[in-house]
Design a protein around this ligand. Structure first.
Ligand code: HEM
Length: 466
């Protein structure tokens, strides 16, 4: 597939589809997987959850790091975790966080302003700043806790958390590619990983302590609104008794499960959304026309926070966010295990129990059969015109079926609120090649090199400093 030569995974899967068709198989080390690229078969897979369950091989790998969290469970165990966290990030529940998101975005704008020698021209590491912003926001929304990740002070306490999360993710990124037994040994003897976990544990202990200090009545009241209250409020009275029960009878979460859930959400709640935000900044810095249209839709109001209704009315901005998620989906694929022999309806491909199926989210977004306007173009207007009625399963940045992303409503809402606020105050400009970091594998040339997004550095020009 060319991975070792530096071919990004999304380019490899496009090449394989072009060469072998909509369904093909390949090996990742000893693991045989079947890639699926056509929309009908993908819709079918998501609709048949009794045949296509969350991938067991992927969960075996995840269990090396998070053996007791929602992502690595199925069946009754999954239901027990899901009832405690699932509803908290759905629909109307996320709307109450609007001002908090604006406040954090303003904090970031203040940091940028304080870094500017020349107030009309600031050179920034946008990827890092987007990560810090989303982490800060999630600290408040999920844990009611100020993680203080926004700021210049590199020696600060919060910097320990940022560094530890980065170390933790770097180790995981490598270990996920290894066979499970080797990954376990690698993680066990990796001092960087263990140190990172110790620091993260310090933070999670403080987050839990702060919540517990509110008293059991308040926790009970907040349980339906806030993740941390729901987690702390569901702590099992006697873990040994619960553990002795059959899976279906267990209730609540053990202390270890609560720790892992917080860790999972620290990562899942910020990484992907910040990737999408970084891509928004990058793509609009290259497309001033799109920025101008967003600003026109925002009108003259450059100062005041927009209300929910005003935010809701920004239809062009919705199209831009859709287009960012289509053009550079933060997750390019997801995976399912086949639990009994089955045949895919459109391609006719025969699958067998225990096969692993890769759903190619990225390929769907680039398939000319499904998009009337050239899918290789970044063109938000497609969602107002020819591509408005695209097949719903051709754009699935959050996956699909019963294990689809639980944070999608929050992510879309965060993106819209942050971008609207940024566009009220800032214009992003392309600083030219001299201001971009040299990419290690390939020079940036969309769409092929999206997997190296974290190495891009962008230039922001502040057009409004007040
Ligand atoms: C733009 C932002 C995001 C993108 C593109 C994204 C994408 C995804 C994708 C593709 C999956 C796999 C779904 C499947 O297999 O069908 C997933 C799962 C998940 N996401 Fe997100 N996500 C985002 C934001 C978030 C946020 C903000 C949270 C937390 C609040 C979150 C929490 C999770 C969790 C916990 C899972 C695992 C669900 C399960 O195993 O049942 N995600 N996400």
């Amino acid at each position: 597939m060319g991975f070792l030569r530096g071919v990004p995974p999304n380019t490899a899967t496009l090449t394989m589809q072009a060469e072998f068709g909509d369904v093909y198989q390949y090996w990742i080390g000893p693991l045989r997987v079947i890639g699926v690229c056509n929309v009908e078969d993908i819709q079918y897979i998501f609709a048949h959850r009794h045949i296509y369950e969350k991938s067991s091989s992927h969960m075996d790998r995840l269990r090396v790091f998070l053996p007791d969290s929602l992502v690595s469970t199925t069946g009754a165990n999954y239901k027990r975790h899901a009832t405690i966290v699932l509803s908290l990030f759905r629909g109307a529940k996320v709307l109450s966080n609007l001002h908090l998101i604006y406040d954090c975005t303003d904090k970031l704008l203040d940091v940028w302003r304080s870094q500017a020698d020349d107030p009309s021209y600031i050179h920034l590491d946008m990827v890092k700043d987007c990560q810090n912003l989303l982490l800060d926001i999630f600290g408040f929304i999920g844990f009611d806790y100020d993680l203080q990740t926004l700021g210049n002070d590199d020696s600060s306490q919060s910097n320990r958390l940022k560094k530890s999360l980065k170390d933790y993710l770097d180790v995981i990124a490598l270990a996920l590619l290894l066979p499970v037994t080797i990954a376990k040994i690698y993680v066990k003897f990796n001092s960087r990983y263990r140190q990172a976990l110790n620091v993260i544990r310090e933070y999670t202990d403080r987050i839990i302590e702060q919540e517990q200090s509110k008293g059991s009545e308040t926790i009970l009241e907040r349980k339906r609104k806030c993740l941390i209250a729901s987690l702390v409020g569901s702590r099992q009275q006697d873990e040994k008794i619960e553990l002795a029960l059959p899976e279906e009878k267990r209730k609540g979460l053990s202390s270890k499960e609560i720790f892992e859930e917080i860790l999972l959400f620290l990562v899942a709640g910020s990484e992907t959304t910040s990737t999408a935000l970084s891509w928004f900044i990058h793509l609009t810095s290259k497309n001033p026309r799109v920025q101008a249209k967003i600003k026109a839709e925002l009108g003259d109001n450059r100062q005041h926070y927009l209300s929910i209704e005003q935010l809701d009315s920004l239809e062009y901005l919705d199209c831009v966010i859709q287009e960012v998620l289509r053009f550079v989906p933060p997750a390019i694929s997801t995976i399912r295990s086949v639990t009994s022999d089955d045949r895919l309806p459109a391609s006719g491909a025969q699958l067998y129990k225990d096969d692993e199926v890769i759903i190619n989210i990225y390929n769907l977004t680039r398939d000319k059969r499904y998009w009337k306007i050239d899918p290789d173009l970044f063109y938000p207007e497609r969602f107002q015109g020819e591509d408005k009625d695209h097949h719903p399963f051709t754009l699935i940045p959050f996956g699909g079926g019963h294990r689809q992303c639980i944070g999608q409503d929050l992510a879309r809402f965060e993106l819209k609120a942050i971008i609207a606020r940024l566009m009220q105050r800032v214009t992003f400009g392309d600083g030219g090649p001299q201001n971009h970091l040299k990419l290690s594998h390939a020079d940036y040339n969309p769409p092929e090199s999206i997997s190296f997004s974290n190495q891009l550095q962008l230039l922001a020009e502040v057009d409004h400093l007040s």
